[in-house]
Write a protein that binds this ligand. Structure first.
Ligand code: G3H
Ligand code: 13P
Ligand code: ZN
Length: 324
């Protein structure tokens, strides 16, 4: 099976009330961990590549690795550009074999966001085979590539804008801002309550009212959530017990993402959780085996931790296992 776009995957996910995991990949071990986990769960999966990943690994390596994963697993895999900042990067990816792109003009005024998204959609849909396009309305807090949005400067998606946006752009899916944010520090301690027993921060709930209002206005239309790592505390603990210093790292609780997956949300973006799992595996290995110096030993442990995490997300959060 060749790489696929997201159209049919989202149609089935919407109908059956689950979401597809969109996991960021930056190197071979991450690609293998994600796709081996998806294979064992019999789940479709989206591998996404940011501008930072392209800079780190070079587009050609990433594409060839993803193609190798398709051949190795036989899974329906989408190769997606994450947070495309302009028309040129989207075009480059479309021309280079990506089956899906995101044009992220969410920081621009509404009319500019529409015009740029429309331009990418026209190019992507004219491509044979058809490339699917994701866009965004509303802004998330946190860091993505070189853009940093401070807590307090984020803005929720305005439901009254979504119908016009989708109609005028022809976009295939829409990322919305309902309180998720990028990175491992999603909420400031003062936005949270603290569990008196564990000392762990408990964040404010997502704005499900906005998600409901958006899906009422766009029946059957796939919604995307960015910034959806949960910052699983078992990995934070391993990291901190093995020389790390992650203080007050907090994410979106998994139960809330599980609920969103049963609603109109068809794609859930997870990157920071993979980074934490990889770091936990490597740190634990390094401390337990100070005499080791073969990268396959410690990166191999990191890969195993990422694979276990992805299996957990597919089965317990996304609900996408056995959906092929
Ligand atoms: O949304 C941001 C993703 O986590 C990608 O992060 O730009 O550091 O590759 P990156
Ligand atoms: P996290 O930082 O929560 O993993 O979000 C990743 C993301 O949205 C990639 O686009
Ligand atoms: Zn994102």
């Amino acid at each position: 099976m060749p790489l696929v776009n997201s159209k049919e995957l989202f149609e089935k996910a919407y109908k059956e009330g689950y979401a597809i995991g969109a996991f960021n990949c930056n190197n071979m071990e991450i690609v293998q961990a994600i796709t081996e986990a998806a294979k064992e769960c019999n789940s479709p999966v989206i591998l996404q590549v940011s501008a930072g990943a392209r800079k780190y690994a070079k587009p050609i390596y990433l594409r060839k690795m993803v193609e190798a994963a398709v051949e190795d697993t036989g899974l329906p895999i989408v190769l997606h550009l994450d947070h495309g900042a302009d028309f040129e990067i989207c075009k480059d990816c479309i021309d280079g074999g990506f089956t899906s792109v995101m044009i992220d003009a969410s920081s621009k005024p509404f009319e500019e966001n529409i015009a740029l998204t429309r331009k990418v959609v026209e190019y992507a849909h004219a491509h044979k085979p058809y490339v699917t396009v994701e866009a965004e309305l509303g802004t998330l807090a946190g860091i993505e590539d070189d853009v940093k949005v401070e807590h307090g400067a984020e803005s929720y998606t305005k439901p009254e804008q979504v119908e016009e946006f989708v109609r005028r752009t022809g976009v295939d899916s829409l990322a919305i801002a309902i309180g998720t944010s990028h990175g491992a520090y999603k909420f400031k301690p003062e936005q949270c309550t603290r569990d008196p027993k564990t000392g762990v921060l408990c964040p404010p709930p997502l704005r499900f009212d906005i998600l409901e209002e958006v899906s009422k206005r766009l029946p059957g239309f796939p919604i995307v959530l960015h910034g959806s790592s949960s910052v699983n505390q078992e990995y934070v603990k391993i990291i901190n017990e093995n020389g790390g210093a992650l203080v007050d790292a907090v994410g979106v609780p998994e139960e809330q993402l599980r609920k969103a997956s049963t609603m109109a949300v068809c794609k859930i973006n997870i990157d920071s959780d993979l980074r934490l799992a990889m770091t936990a595996g490597i740190r634990e290995h390094m401390v337990a085996h100070p005499d080791h110096f073969d990268p396959r030993q410690y990166i191999g442990d990191g890969r195993k931790y990422v694979k276990d995490l992805v299996k957990h997300k597919i089965t317990e959060v996304l609900g996408s296992s056995n959906k092929i």
